[in-house]
Design a protein around this ligand. Structure first.
Ligand code: GLU
Length: 312
């Protein structure tokens, strides 16, 4: 098979409507891909919780601000076979183990002062409790009714990626979950399998995921898959300085429509926030493409002042 033409992507989780921060990240992913001649793909990450109708509304909102994408949208829920195959590859290379820990046990162990991995800069790094269980210990846990998750048996404590903004970024790699104990493939495995299968060599997403990039790239390496380059972009924050959320007021296209903020005006608002347009200026996504310079973007988070005050 000829290699796939390189691509960028936006990969929303369909848990609710996209807010201004999500739309801004999608716009940036689109600008990065299109300005470098890449295909632009949308992947719906629906392995986990989904809200009915959410994926369709997210796609409609992306189209409404002028983003276009290539080919059909991919749904992770339809790609279980590919994740199972990747897991089988890792299992047969002795790169996995069963983990019987509950979330609570992990949280307690990871915050224990003697634990080094927990301090390695990766939130919720797994301390390796189940890594060396004997067959008897595993059997005891199984007979207590616990279903195991499958974890990576990592052979490194850290790994490096290239990020457009962070440069050469080295971060912790822990024994990340590959399949959850309810049988669902874990995000970190699915994202790696999908990016490679779709020819995605440029990952643009919120900088809350920068810490996850090294372990994802390491997984790609173990699976013999190409490692993408990254651009982790600043997030949008609410007025209190926390990550923007629905409770901050009118932050989705649906909330904003009654205030007179059409999708076209929202695009202009995003462009102003990216220092790519003057306040009041009318721009289209295509016009932004012509003036896109990734090195001229603001590096600090965008603090959003929602248009409609929060209702008590
Ligand atoms: N689905 C993830 C999210 O919505 C994004 C994953 C990614 O871009 O790698 O946060």
């Amino acid at each position: 098979m000829p290699p796939l033409a390189p691509a960028g992507r936006f990969a929303p989780s369909p848990t609710g409507d996209l807010h201004l921060g999500n739309l801004r990240t999608a716009l940036l992913a689109w600008l990065f891909a299109r300005s470098t001649g890449r295909r632009f793909l949308i992947r719906v990450e629906d392995l986990d919780r989904v809200r009915a109708g959410s994926a369709a509304r997210q796609l409609a909102d992306l189209a409404a601000i002028g983003l276009t994408w290539d080919g059909p949208v991919t749904y992770q829920s339809e790609r279980r076979t590919a994740y199972d195959a990747a897991l089988a590859t890792l299992m047969s290379a002795d790169l996995t183990y069963e983990c019987y820990c509950t979330r609570r046990e992990i949280a307690e162990a990871a915050s224990a002062p003697q634990d080094d991995r927990g301090k390695a800069g990766l939130p919720n790094a797994y301390p390796g409790t189940c890594r060396n269980l004997t067959e008897e210990e595993r059997a005891a846990r199984r007979s207590a009714g616990r279903e195991p998750a499958i974890r990576l048996r990592s052979r490194t404590a850290s790994y490096s990626v290239r990020d457009h903004y962070a440069g050469e970024f080295t971060g912790a790699v822990d024994d990340v979950v590959l399949r959850r104990n309810d049988g669902v493939p874990a995000y970190n495995l699915a994202v790696v399998v999908d990016d490679a299968a779709q020819g995605i060599d440029q990952v643009v997403r919120g900088d809350d995921l920068l810490a996850s990039a090294p372990r994802q790239a390491y997984l790609a390496h173990l699976l013999g898959l190409p490692e993408p380059t990254y651009a982790h972009v600043p997030l949008a924050l609410g007025p209190a300085g926390e990550r923007l959320a629905k409770r901050d007021g009118a932050v989705t296209l649906a909330d904003l429509a009654p205030t007179g903020m059409t999708p076209a005006r929202v695009l202009c608002l995003l462009a102003v926030s990216l220092h790519m347009a003057e306040p009041g200026e009318h721009v289209t996504a295509e016009a932004l493409l012509a003036r896109f310079d990734p090195d001229a973007l603001p590096r600090e988070p965008w603090v959003v002042q929602p248009l409609v005050p929060r209702t008590p």
